[in-house]
Structures are given as C-alpha cells and as structure tokens.
Design a protein around this ligand. Sequence first.
Ligand code: C2E
Ligand code: C2E
Ligand code: C2E
Length: 310
Amino acid sequence: EELANVQPRTDEKAVFSNIAFLEGAPPLSEHWSVFDTNDAVFNAARSAQAATVIFVMGQNSQIEQLARYIHTLRRQRGTALKIVVRESVPSLRATDERLLLSCGANLVISHSSALSRCLTLIESVQNQQFSRRVPEDLATLFSNTEPLKLKGYLKWDVFCEAVQKIVSNPLLPADGKGVLVALRPAPGLRVEQALTLCRPHRMGDIATIADKRLMIFLSFCRVNDLDIALNHIFPLPTGDIFSNRVIWFEDKQIAAELVNMQDVKPERWTKPLPVTTQPGKIINATHDGRHWRRYPEPHRLSADTGEQSS
Ligand code: C2E
Ligand code: C2E
Ligand code: C2E
C-alpha cells in the first residue's frame, strides 16, 4: 500500500513545512505545502522521496515524538529526503540536537537564527545525500540522552561506579560526557555543610563527599558552560563557598581521577547531614530539640532568618 504511493524523484523541489516555520510569511513558492502540525507534515512526507521536510520544535515535550517521525522517515524513505528541524523557542539541549541528528535529521536550526538564515541553511542541504548510519533501534538512541537515572547525593562508591559507567560507554560522545568537579570548602565550612548548598535539578547531575572534598559530576555539561551549571546548582556564587576547584572533562582525565577516588578508604567518606523534610516547621525545632547538631540547618544559610544563632 505504501509502495503504491512512492513518487519518482521529481519531488526534489517539494517542501513540506510546518506553517509555524514561516512566521506569518506566505509560502515562498508553488513548491511549498504548509501544514498546521508536525503530525500533518509527517503524514504528507510519508510518500516523499527527495522533498524537503520542515518540522518546528517549540516544546521539549515534543522531542520524543519528533525523533520517532524523523527516524521513521529516514529509515523508510531513504537518503535523498532532506529533513530539517527548526527550533522556534529555546528548548533544545545539546543532547536533544544529537538525538535528532542521529535519528536522521540533516539539519537542526537554532531559535537564534533568523528566518532568512534558515532558508540559506535549507538551500545548503539541497541535493545532499544523507550519509550517516541510522541505527534501527530507537530505544538505544533515547537511552543515550539520559544514561544516568540518578540525581543528587550518592555515596562515594556509588558515585564512582556511576561516573565509571558513563565514561566507559562507547555510545556517548568522546570527551563530551560531562564535567567532573572537585570543590574544597572555604575555611570554616565543612564539606557536609557545603553539600547542603549543592542542589542539582537536572537528572544525571550527581555529587558525593569524602576527604574534605565535594565532588560533582555534571552529565553532558560542556566545560565552557560549567559556571552556568554551577550557578543553577548553588544558591550562592561558588567562589564564596569554595576556596579551591579542580575540573576534569576529557574521558582519560576523568578515568584517571576515578582511579584516585576509588583509592579513598571508606573511613574517609563523609556522612551527609540528616535531611530535613519540612524546612518551614523545623527552623524552631532545631534550636531546642536537636542540640546534638553543631551546625545550622542548610536552609538557614540562604533564608532571611539566617542571622539567628543557636
Ligand atoms: P543554559 O541554562 O544557559 O545552560 C547552558 C548549558 O550549561 C547547558 O546546555 C548545559 O550544558 C549546561 N547546564 C546548565 N545548567 C545545567 C545543569 O543544571 N546541569 C548540567 N549537567 N548542565 C547544565 P544545554 O544542555 O545544551 O541547554 C541549552 C539551553 O537550553 C539552556 O541554556 C537552557 O536555556 C535550555 N534548557 C535546557 N534544559 C532545560 C530545562 O530543563 N529547563 C529549562 N527551563 N531550560 C532548559
Ligand atoms: P531534568 O532534566 O531533571 O531537569 C529538572 C529541572 O532542572 C528543570 O525543570 C529546570 O528547572 C532545571 N534545569 C535543568 N537543566 C537546566 C538548564 O540547562 N537551564 C535551566 N535554566 N534550568 C535547568 P523543567 O524545566 O521544569 O524540566 C522538567 C523536566 O523536563 C526535565 O527534568 C527534563 O526531563 C525535561 N526537560 C525540560 N527541558 C528539556 C530540554 O530542553 N530537553 C530535554 N531533553 N528535556 C527537557
Ligand atoms: P533555584 O535558582 O534554586 O530556584 C528555585 C525556585 O525558586 C525556582 O524554581 C523558582 O520557583 C524560584 N525562583 C528562583 N529565582 C527566581 C526568580 O528570579 N524569579 C522567580 N519568579 N522565581 C524564582 P524553578 O523555576 O523550577 O527553577 C528551578 C531551577 O532551575 C532554579 O533553581 C535554577 O537552578 C534553574 N533555573 C530556572 N530558571 C532559571 C533561569 O532563568 N536562570 C538560571 N540561571 N537558572 C534557572
């Protein structure tokens, strides 16, 4: 049934586009067909052979569906199809771009490119044959965008194991798996206190403590973005909390530091402070009920009541 629909390669000039791509401009020529949704673009492209197919990506929740569409088109329709993804609002992580490209997209265009620049980029892929191999199994591609289902504090050995698993995974980008950071707290701050200020949000961002060092691994973070990521994670500038920082980001460097880390004996692993679950209520309770704790609760360091002392 599909086969009956196969067109000869005369559809080379045809463009199937999500209407949002044009940002209100009229279709640019008789070759353009516009559709309201990516689903409609996909359906139209299912019988294309060498056309240009333009999807628009406006929400990260669309990633998985879009990846499936691209994968299906590339596997079923062959290498002459030109598949383009236009990011309409900032929503794509670098890992998402990689996913779409490995599913068979020719081009992923950033939200920061103006429409005219997009059109030039689309011209640049005309007559191009897609030459990268697209794996049949989409599940593997998906799992590579979030290889660690872990977040936040982990015990020293569990942390090492997790980073090891990432660094030795050949399917993840070489020297682009993330950044390992060692932070030494400023004088007067213990490492377990510093840990309470470390609040990773993104899945795959993990931390551990031992030997007066706070270690953090930021999955897929690029070294040039390290400060941005650390600013997301700590409520205060890291220069105020830590007196020293060392980073590793190439696979070999990270692997070598892991060997050093695995030499740290369990007696040197530091226990995190007990977690407080209801910060609102606990502020007062801390003063009388928890006399054995010699240091303030974590939230008090950043909260307005931070001036009080116990
Ligand atoms: P951005 O917030 O300026 O972050 C730039 C880059 O810093 C990110 O590029 C990533 O490599 C690194 N980075 C920032 N925060 C974190 C973090 O908490 N953990 C880790 N491991 N790395 C971090 P990436 O991933 O390509 O994302 C590009 C941009 O996309 C981000 O720029 C942000 O504007 C947006 N974005 C990505 N993910 C999210 C998200 O979950 N929520 C929101 N609101 N925006 C996101
Ligand atoms: P997640 O990856 O565990 O990230 C959780 C939260 O961390 C995000 O909530 C956001 O508040 C913060 N965050 C993580 N990375 C960044 C970053 O680079 N920049 C900024 N500004 N904030 C960051 P949010 O935005 O509500 O997202 C919830 C979940 O939705 C995320 O959990 C992730 O699973 C997914 N998500 C959001 N944006 C993206 C994206 O651009 N790409 C992908 N693949 N997933 C995304
Ligand atoms: P965070 O900086 O610890 O902020 C935690 C929560 O406090 C935020 O959750 C938000 O509800 C509130 N909040 C913090 N700063 C502001 C602000 O300037 N304005 C408003 N209206 N609310 C604020 P949310 O939005 O889910 O973000 C979670 C985390 O994602 C943030 O943790 C931060 O690490 C990162 N993030 C989200 N948006 C941005 C952003 O625009 N820039 C940066 N650098 N990081 C962001």
